[in-house]
Design a binder for this molecule. Structure first.
Ligand code: MTE
Ligand code: MO
Length: 240
């Protein structure tokens, strides 16, 4: 848990918001989707046109990657940088995370396009515990998350980040999180749709305003509550 310098944070690629552009990205293969071990390149189109839930893959994960590749990170090389509006910027190794109190639960994973996987077992550290460890400064409003893929990004408000079922996960489906699923460490935001659960988590920055992430720039709600509401902790009525 070495103290770490605060480094500038990448902003997401600014592409036009809206379904039309999202379909364009998918059609170009910019969003890679795998089912099991088979590449389903056509699925990008189906997802973009809202047919994701009708496709015949049953209760199985679709493996998503904006870049079409999976960053391969050895567990021993894994680092999670936490910086920004914190008392003690820190970098955590996997051993550091595993030494923290363990939280585990079983939930249904739901992608906003309609597919879901029931009874998924998750294990990791509550994000709130990590925030307590680094100490959140007054004036902190939100968290920005960055991925080893240098493409995906996400955000949560401070209140959302303190929910007990928002975890930094290192186990999923009864085993260490696989590379395809975002291992060694991914975010799991249980009360929200799958796109909030950023894979290959590399950095968390505590910031003074919500910075929408990749999927939000492509048309998904900033607050991705599973029940479709804007949620109790929506910081800004203009954000859905
Ligand atoms: N880095 C990264 N994280 C990501 C994505 C992605 O493309 N890249 N896709 C998101 C979406 S839309 C969903 S539904 C879930 C899918 O998780 P899975 O790939 O483990 O099935 O990951 C989320 N996290
Ligand atoms: Mo998704």
């Amino acid at each position: 848990m070495a103290p770490e310098e605060v480094t500038p944070f990448e902003t997401p690629k600014r592409v036009n918001v809206g379904r039309r552009v999202f379909i364009g990205l998918a059609a170009l293969g910019a969003v890679g989707v795998l089912v099991g071990n088979k590449v389903q390149s056509f699925l990008g189109n189906a997802v973009g046109s809202g047919l994701g839930g009708l496709l015949p893959f049953g209760d199985r994960f679709r493996i998503y990657s904006i870049t079409g590749t999976f960053p391969k990170i050895k567990t021993s090389d894994y680092r999670l940088k936490v910086s920004g509006l914190v008392q003690r910027p820190m970098t955590f190794t996997m051993a550091d995370l595993q030494a923290m109190p363990v939280t585990s639960f079983v939930k249904t994973f739901q992608c906003v396009t309609g597919w879901k996987v029931p009874d998924v077992h998750w294990e990791g550290v509550q994000l709130s515990h990590i925030l307590d460890t680094v100490g959140v400064q007054p004036g902190a409003v939100a968290l920005s998350f960055e991925s080893y893929d240098h493409a995906d990004s996400e955000s949560l408000t401070i209140d959302q980040a303190h929910l007990p079922d928002v975890i930094v996960a290192y186990r999923m489906l009864g085993a260490p999180v696989t590379t395809e699923h975002g291992g060694p460490v991914r975010l799991y935001v249980a009360p929200m749709f799958g796109y909030k659960s950023l894979k290959w988590l590399s950095a968390i920055r505590v910031v003074n305003q919500v910075q929408p992430g990749f999927w939000e720039y492509n048309g998904y709600p900033v607050n991705g509550w599973l029940d479709g509401t804007t949620g109790p902790t929506n910081p800004d009525p203009n954000l859905t």
